[in-house]
Design a protein around this ligand. Structure first.
Ligand code: FRU
Length: 473
């Protein structure tokens, strides 16, 4: 048996051995993509190909910590029901032996091509990095073609996460990078044939302000402009901003494919919650720009997740549709998610005081808000997390019990317009909160007491709420 088969068999065995333990976890999600066992991180190779959506993901089958990653694989016909497929890539070759790291997928004349980073470390921990190609005729079985790009001059081996796209008749690739001056950066490559790549220079870089390393870049057209999404590491917290260990955000600008230049505005965070990182986008056959992120952050309290006891950790976010409005990226859950709605479990109006309702853990709650000056609104979820809105400050805050010591921690943002709508997607241990039609999003894990189903809505001042909730399944 060769190394590749060996690793695949080991991963399969791990799944068989621990599946029953994993499934006993009350915090296991009902409708989010999760690892069958072990650790999941970044979404990879997101594509709708020959009608089917494919979502590959960074997967460590043997542990709930990071390590030599595989590419796991889910597929879906409708973005709602996802089926686990066999391992797509295993870290079996000299050029990816310490991990088939993150990357992306494109269609090349009916062939699915994925680009990923081959991560190699020696005994002293020194890194090598190779941008590699693998091909597939069915989206399930891949043939590795090996490294196409070696590290260009001017960068440290923290050089990874190729995202490939076609524009103006040419192929482009952005790679997350660190310069020799230890600045975060994005390297740009160009190709005629997806095999021979020419290095075109740095597309954008930290300039002393945006950290020492940028991971998972993604450049795409949206609303007549271009958006570059990336994940800077090493930014300092600044009031309401940059409070997670690492950030995930974007800049908006104009990419010139002929000159290979990109002029852009300043950095904006994509998400206001506690756990969101490494998002990846794709354009589907309906010409929608879709985004899925990882609901976790590297090095951020991963050892405190209670699911570790059940031998799994992390999940992906729901698929979201992106729109650019007045230079800002809006994110909304895709329309198809309405198909998850089961029974309506609550429907009421509230003008004064509070009400407490029983709402199951897997549910969608829509709160329409008509608020006057000086009002306050709050939604308390299972005595674990609480969303508050302060009209005078136009601020929305998510409070939750810290995973480390149970103390209350907060993330906040201010809105451009008064609050009109909160749309919550809750799963067994997640919250995705869409504010005002996607103007802001808070993505977070939650680990409330499993017996609790109480959600409390409070208003103060002259405010009307209209609430509807559905069980999701
Ligand atoms: C981001 C990241 C990527 C890397 C992958 C490894 O979370 O660190 O930069 O390719 O995860 O799993």
């Amino acid at each position: 048996m060769n190394r590749d088969q060996q690793l695949r068999e080991m991963a399969e065995k791990e799944v068989q051995q621990y599946q029953s333990i994993v499934e006993k976890d009350p915090y296991r999600q009902n409708y989010h993509m999760m690892p069958p066992v072990g650790l999941l991180n970044d979404p990879n190779g997101f594509i709708q190909w020959k009608g089917t959506y494919h979502m590959y993901f960074q997967w460590m089958p043997f542990d709930t910590t990071h390590g030599a990653k595989f590419w796991g694989h889910y597929s879906s016909e409708d973005l709602v029901n996802w089926e686990l497929e066999p391992v797509a890539l295993a870290p079996s070759d000299w050029y990816d032996k310490n991990g088939c790291y993150s990357g992306s997928a494109v269609d090349d004349d009916g062939l699915l091509k994925v680009f990923y980073t081959g991560n190699v470390k020696d005994e002293q921990g020194n890194r090598e990095t190779y941008q590699c190609l693998a091909e597939s005729v069915n989206g399930i079985d891949f043939t590795k073609k090996g490294p196409l790009i070696h590290l260009p001059e001017g960068f440290t081996p923290h050089f990874r996460d190729p995202k490939v796209w076609k524009e103006a008749g040419k192929w482009f690739m952005v790679v997350g990078a660190q310069t020799l001056d230890l600045e975060g950066s994005v390297a740009l490559f160009e190709s005629e044939d997806l095999e021979n790549w020419v290095y075109k220079g740095e597309l954008s870089s930290s300039n002393g302000e945006l950290g020492y390393m940028w991971e998972c870049p993604d450049l795409f057209p949206l609303g007549g402009q271009h958006v570059l999404v990336f994940c800077p590491q090493g930014m300092e917290a600044d009031g309401m901003y940059y409070n997670n260990v690492y950030q995930s955000g974007y800049v908006v600008g104009d990419f010139d494919p002929k000159q290979a230049t990109f002029n852009h505005d300043s950095f904006v965070e994509l998400d206001r919650g506690f756990e969101f990182y490494a998002p990846q986008t794709t354009e589907d056959e309906h010409e929608r720009r879709l985004l899925v992120g990882w609901m976790g952050i590297p090095d951020q309290n991963e050892e405190h997740h209670p699911t570790i006891e059940y031998r799994w950790i992390h999940n992906l976010t729901l698929p979201r549709e992106l729109k650019l409005q007045d230079g800002k990226v809006y994110q909304m859950p895709v329309e198809e998610l309405k198909n998850l709605r089961r029974e309506e479990v609550s429907s009421f109006k509230l003008e004064k005081g509070y009400v407490e309702k029983e709402i199951p853990k897997s549910s969608e709650i829509v709160v329409d808000i008509d608020s006057s000056k000086k009002s306050m609104v709050s939604v308390d979820l299972y005595d674990f997390a609480k969303i508050t809105y302060n009209r005078a400050e136009r601020s929305v805050t998510l409070h939750r019990k810290s995973l480390v010591d149970g103390s209350i921690e907060e993330r906040s943002c201010t809105l451009e317009n008064p609050l009109k709508e909160l749309r919550l997607f809750l799963d067994q241990s997640t919250l995705e909160l869409f504010v005002n039609g996607g103007e802001e999003v808070f993505t977070s894990r939650m680990f409330p007491d499993v017996t609790k189903e109480n959600v409390r809505f409070d208003v103060q001042g002259d405010t009307h709420l209209e609430v509807k909730a559905w069980e999701l399944g």
